[in-house]
Every structure is written in C-alpha cells, then in structure tokens.
Design a protein around this ligand. Structure first.
Ligand SMILES: NC(=O)c1ccc[n+]([C@@H]2O[C@H](COP(=O)([O-])OP(=O)(O)OC[C@H]3O[C@@H](n4cnc5c(N)ncnc54)[C@H](OP(=O)(O)O)[C@@H]3O)[C@@H](O)[C@H]2O)c1
Length: 307
C-alpha cells in the first residue's frame, strides 16, 4: 500500500491547525504544511512546513515536483466576507485562480484534491441544504467558492472532494483571526455584552470534528460533494446563549441583533445550515453536540468550565 503524502495549503489558519493535529495521529501519513508565514504558527506540528503563496503558480508547481503529494488539502483562501466584497479581484485570484491551478496540477501529478468550501454557497432562502441543492451565493466570497468548485469540476480531475462547512469555531496557536467562540469569550471576559444575530441560522462546526471528517475523506479516498458540519442548526444568537454558561458567563450578556445591523457591508445567507447525512452514513462522521464541543474548547482556552 502507498503511504499518503499530504500537502496542506493555508495550514496556519484555524482549520489547517486542527487538521495538522488530527493528522499527527496517523503515523503512516507524510504531511507537508504550507502557509504565507516564514515559519509555522502551530507550535507542536509533527510534519514539515514550507512557506507557500498559492497565487504564485510557479512555486506551487515546484512544490508538486519536490514533494509529490498523493493528496492536497486546499484550505488557503481569502476567507473574510467583507474583504472579498471590498477587493473582488484579489478574492478571485486567491479563491478561484489558485484553486484552478492546484486542480490542474493534481490532475497532472495524479494527486487527490480535497477543497474547503462553504455554506455561503447557498442563498439562505430555504436551509438547511443537502449536497445536491442548487448553489446561489449572495456575496463575493460565496461566488468565489462556487467558481472554485466549478473550476475543479471542469479541470478533468476525477479524484476530488469539495467539502462545505459552516461557522467553524475552535482555537489554535497565534491565529490571526477570531471565530464566533473566541470573539465572544474575548468580549465577555472584558466585561462587555455580546451582540449576536437572531436571524442567521447556521450549522456551527467544531474545528477538531471537521478535521476528523477531512481525515476520513482522505483515508477512505472519497470523491464528490460532502457537507462536514455540526449536526445542530442554530441561530448565531442561540449558539452564543448555549456557549456562554458552559464557558462560565451569564447567558443574559448575549444580546439579540440582526445580521444586517452587524454586517452592513456584505449580505449573508440567513436561513442556512447544512445537512450532513451523507457524511454520517458514508464516512461515519460524528460531530459532537455543541455543549460537548464548548466544554472541550473551554478547557483548551483555560476557562473554568461549568459542570
Ligand atoms: N472558518 C469557517 O467558518 C469556514 C467556513 C466555511 C469554509 N471555510 C473555508 O475553510 C478554509 C480554511 O478556513 P479557516 O477558517 O482556517 O480560515 P483562515 O484561518 O482564514 O485560514 C485561511 C488561511 O489561508 C491563508 N492564505 C490566505 N491567502 C493565501 C495565499 N495567497 N497563499 C497561501 N495561504 C493563504 C491565510 O493566511 P493568513 O492567516 O496569513 O491570512 C490563512 O492562514 C478556507 O478555504 C475557508 O474559506 C471556513
């Protein structure tokens, strides 16, 4: 049997770090993490690391020749919705053109591609969504991910998986950005209240659970569309109300607002969320319930967890 050689792009982000931790328990896998920084942000990573800007197509090609991956997990992206809206050209270069190039190289070198996509592919008129529901993104970020999925399909590559996920939360080393859980904790710790949207429904996903699903896709050599997300569909407000007491805060510090008030510069799908039946039945994907995920995250954040 050929041992997997797994190349990860965008490995310094929340999901990339969770995936590296998960893959560290797979001794046969040879993992090469890549990101924009000169050195990795994950402190106890067990694989190798080299800097890689995925928009530098020549550098990506050279890495394919040097490392000869059997699988590429492509996470690198412009993932901030407002930034994509403000600079659509940069968003297209990173999210679409770089993905098309990686798909082309995967085909040429016989590697499997696992691409991270989003629930923001859907318009949020009628969620939760299954894999074969029709994408109709409402913002530039969602459109770029749809175009990237299409570019992979059109590349002629046969061994690919596009993984849609939703509102991922967790922690890592020196992460540049905050996520819904760490942002809420920062505000509540500072003694402030926290505004959360009552009208935006998502499938909140704990990063280590998503990483477990990604490992299964690589290991079982699965192709096609997969929704890897939490099992519960919640409004962002309900999610925060559920999380606050587990983290030891008063849930009344979570205050209701609307998505439009919080994010005036880029629309978001409202009635969203993802159905995960396919991943449950084909991969044995079992994301933990939100309260369990918050308790685990709280421990990692060093918070006094409520029993
Ligand atoms: N988090 C979510 O809720 C969520 C939901 C759906 C889909 N996704 C997708 O999942 C993937 C990973 O997301 P994440 O949450 O881990 O986001 P993230 O923390 O923003 O990670 C994305 C990583 O890509 C890197 N990157 C940006 N431009 C790059 C370039 N040109 N070359 C190489 N690396 C580049 C970023 O570097 P810097 O840190 O230096 O900017 C960052 O480390 C993304 O494709 C995202 O669209 C995330």
């Amino acid at each position: 049997m050929q041992y997997p050689r797994i190349l990860i792009t965008g490995s310094d982000g929340l999901i990339g770090q969770a995936l590296q931790r998960k893959l560290a328990n797979w001794p046969e896998a040879d993992v090469l993490a890549t990101g924009l920084d000169a050195s990795p942000r994950l402190r106890d990573g067990s694989g190798g690391y080299v800097p890689l800007d995925v928009t530098d197509h020549g550098a990506v090609e050279r890495l394919f020749l040097d490392f000869a991956p059997t699988a590429v997990v492509h996470l690198a992206a412009m993932s901030k919705v407002e930034a994509c809206e403000q600079d659509k050209e940069a968003c297209w270069r990173v999210n679409v053109e770089a993905t098309a190039n990686i798909a082309r190289l995967c085909k040429y070198h016989g590697a499997r591609l696992v691409f991270l996509s989003t629930d923001f592919l859907f318009d949020g008129a009628n969620g939760p969504y299954a894999e074969d529901d029709y994408p109709a993104p409402v913002n530039a970020y969602g459109r770029s991910k749809q175009a990237a999925e299409n570019a992979i399909r059109l590349s002629g590559l046969t061994q690919w998986a596009s993984v849609r996920t939703s509102l991922v939360f967790g922690t890592g080393d020196d992460l540049k950005g905050l996520n819904i859980a760490t942002l809420m904790v920062r505000e509540l710790k500072a003694g402030a209240s926290f505004l959360a949207a009552t009208d935006q429904f998502r499938s909140p996903t704990y990063a280590p659970d998503l990483a477990d699903g990604l490992r299964r896709i690589i290991q079982f050599e699965k192709s096609g569309l997969y929704h890897l997300a939490g099992r519960e569909r919640l409004s962002v407000f309900d999610l925060c109300r559920l999380a606050a007491p587990v983290f030891g805060f008063d849930p009344n510090l979570i205050e209701p607002t609307t998505t439009a008030a919080l994010h005036p510069d880029a629309p978001r799908p409202l009635n969203g969320g993802l159905l995960i039946l396919r991943a449950e039945s084909e991969l044995g994907f079992r994301p933990r319930p939100p309260a369990e995920a918050f308790a685990d995250l709280g421990k990692r954040l060093g918070l006094p967890i409520a029993a």
